[in-house]
Design a protein around this ligand. Structure first.
Ligand SMILES: Nc1ncnc2c1ncn2[C@@H]1O[C@H](COP(=O)(O)OP(=O)(O)OP(=O)(O)O)[C@@H](O)[C@H]1O
Length: 386
């Protein structure tokens, strides 16, 4: 299979470039895609060596290349990689009797291997939408169709295909391995398959050094990683995550989002993801599409400013110590149309035919002090301006 081969070539390249941490995670993804316990056994042997011997980059690269070859020879039984809708929701709405909040009506679709970012400020209906999509909350109107690989039998079956991870995750007892092995056992996976799959998932989620710890000793960020590990072993078809980044530092946020990107496009067990977050930039970077909610309604350009529905701008967010009037004057030649200042950053609107390079050239020649610049023309960030 071409994609499998290509991915392994990328893994090999990551290792050769010295990006061992990324190479390691992606190598595990390919090992999992073989569906072979013998390969997972090799993967765990490699992991034990890596953590024990603490090899330098060259030594790890050399050993990794051997394992990559083995994984390549094992192949993958994965077949159907075409994009398929998993959830199709049409016109769904939900009101709460107390407080008067109303979500929707909205249309939402989630495809296989797709990441849908759900953004909006507090109290705008993200959790309500996630719970409705997850079958936890009955919408007042509209229709939600699920198209899974095989039809689901009942609501329990639906909950196993469609896993909702709330903001406050379940408290667990016992050790990490025990919990993962138990999850696999309840899904009919026993013996060596169970042991090596559980270990591989711990290694994949960066939990190998903590594998002998009890769950309650994990930090909150690692608890979220563990919850993901536990969930992925259940082979969900859709993962609904409510604020998974809330307790993570910025690096951990980026890693978990990248992980979701890679894991959801697994060849053997691809799944769709809907995740809510306040971390707009980070989420936009990995999302295939963004749903931006304001007071329960979908926000887009025309709903924010109907009068400029057809107007387009180059919109830049800029952090600068320059005074507003001076900045406005200096950037006139760059095609500046209007300026917003929210107290922290400037949001500058330029004529549509201008590019960020044009503006940066003028900034440079005018010696405008800039510590940060970002093109938000196509980012939901532009809706947060006022
Ligand atoms: N069971 C309920 N009964 C009445 N009102 C509710 C209920 N659950 C949520 N709400 C209200 O509905 C609105 C949307 O809540 P929701 O939790 O969906 O928003 P959110 O965007 O996820 O917010 P946050 O980011 O703060 O979690 C809020 O005003 C909330 O107070």
């Amino acid at each position: 299979m071409d994609i499998f081969e290509n991915r392994l070539s990328e893994v090999s390249q990551h290792y050769q470039n010295g990006d061992v941490s990324l190479g390691f995670r992606r190598m595990i993804d390919s090992a999992l895609d073989t569906g072979k316990t013998s390969i997972l056994k090799d993967m765990i042997e490699f992991t034990e060596w890596k953590y024990k011997a603490q090899p330098d980059t060259a030594a790890e690269n050399q050993k990794a290349q051997g394992l990559i070859l083995k994984i390549r020879n094992a192949g993958t039984p994965a077949k159907d990689l075409s994009a398929q809708p998993l959830i199709l929701a049409k016109g769904i709405s939900k009101s709460y009797s107390k407080g008067g909040f109303k979500l929707g009506p909205l249309d939402v679709s989630v495809q296989k291997s797709e990441i849908v970012g759900l953004v909006g400020e507090n109290g705008n209906g993200k959790t309500t939408l996630l719970r409705a999509l997850g079958g936890e909350l009955q919408p007042d109107s509209g229709k939600i169709d699920y198209h899974f690989s095989t039809p689901y039998k009942n609501s329990y079956d639906l909950q196993t295909r469609l896993v909702y991870i709330p903001q406050r995750i379940e408290v667990l007892r016992g050790g990490l391995m025990d919990n993962l092995q138990f999850t696999l056992t309840t899904h009919g996976i026993t013996g060596e398959d169970n042991f090596y799959l559980a270990q591989t998932m711990l290694a994949r989620m960066g939990l190998w050094p903590y594998k002998d710890l009890n769950w309650n000793r994990l930090s909150s960020g690692y608890k979220m990683r563990f919850e993901l590990a536990r969930t992925l072993l259940r082979k969900p078809e859709v993962l609904l995550l409510d604020e998974p980044l809330a307790n993570l530092d910025i690096l951990a946020q980026q890693i978990i989002l990248e992980d979701l990107r890679y894991l959801s496009s697994s060849l053997l067990h691809p799944f769709g993801v809907v995740l809510s977050s306040q971390q707009l930039y980070e989420v936009e970077k990995v999302s295939d599409k963004i749903i931006f909610l304001d007071k329960g309604k979908l926000v887009n350009d025309s709903s924010i400013q109907p009068e400029i529905e057809n107007e387009k701008y180059l919109i830049l967010e800029v952090d600068s110590s320059a005074e507003r009037e001076k900045l406005q004057l200096q950037l006139q030649s760059a095609g500046l149309v209007k300026v917003h200042f929210n107290g922290g950053n400037y949001v500058l609107y330029f004529a549509e035919d201008k590019s960020i390079q044009d503006v940066m050239a003028v900034m440079s020649s005018e010696k405008i002090p800039v510590t940060y610049i970002r093109d938000i023309s196509n980012s939901s960030r532009r809706f947060f301006i006022n």
